[in-house]
Design a protein around this ligand. Structure first.
Ligand code: ATP
Ligand code: MG
Length: 197
């Protein structure tokens, strides 16, 4: 069966922390392909996301250009209202009935899975893989996850990259360098579109 990675995020902007997770997942779980799924409005970030979805998609496209294993899936942007992972996974299961889905997250995101819409269904629709992110240890993430859900999640160690989109936005705002935190093409697009100023 084809193995399809699904990587949801705000990607405002995409950075090397995201790209390394996708690459680690591809290699370690033998994924055939990974879909980056930009959220329209994360239910946890309502009111905070100012960068239009179309630009966030362009940033992802720039970052993954030339990698035949990575592409962008914009299904969440076409739906009304906020984005729920369970709906995305249902849509992807329909669109790719011959693929096993792997949903990629960082430890900070998976820690809150108990607050998501229909977490049990999410875990049935996809194998969740939580990669270590500096700031939230695997143990802390496990404590946050409801006991009955925890055994269904694979926790994957990795050399954490302590990079966040928040930090990148703040650096741009403060006219500081973001080089080597994001791909060069992403730096260029951020400059061209005067994002985060
Ligand atoms: P923001 O600071 O705006 O919240 P972010 O850097 O956390 O941005 P998101 O788009 O919120 O990026 O994250 C999408 C997914 O990527 C989440 O599952 C998150 O845990 C994971 N992730 C983001 N950055 C890293 C990182 N440096 N290491 C591991 N996982 C990461
Ligand atoms: Mg985040």
């Amino acid at each position: 069966m084809r193995k399809l990675g699904v990587f949801g995020g705000t990607f405002d902007p995409i950075h090397y922390g995201h790209l390394r997770i996708a690459e680690e997942a591809r290699e370690r779980f033998g994924l055939d392909h990974i879909l980056f799924v930009p959220n329209k409005v994360s239910p946890f970030k309502i009111g905070d996301t100012s960068t239009p979805a179309t630009l966030r998609v362009e940033l992802v496209q720039e970052a993954i250009a030339g990698n035949p294993h990575f592409s962008v899936w914009t299904g969440e942007l076409e739906r009304e209202g906020t984005s729920y992972t369970v709906e995305t996974l249902r849509a992807l299961a329909q669109e790719f009935p011959d693929s096993a889905l792997y949903f990629l997250t960082g430890t900070d995101a998976v820690r809150d899975i108990g607050k998501w819409r229909e977490p049990e269904a999410c875990l049935t629709l996809a194998q969740f893989v939580a990669f270590y992110r500096p700031g939230v240890s695997e143990a802390e993430a496990r404590i946050g996850v409801p006991d009955e859900l925890e055994p269904q999640i694979i926790f994957a160690a990795m050399n954490g990259l302590d990079i966040s989109s928040t930090e990148i936005r703040q650096r741009v705002q403060a006219s500081r360098s973001i080089r080597y935190l994001v791909p060069e093409s992403v730096v260029a697009l951020i400059e061209k579109k005067r994002l985060y100023q």
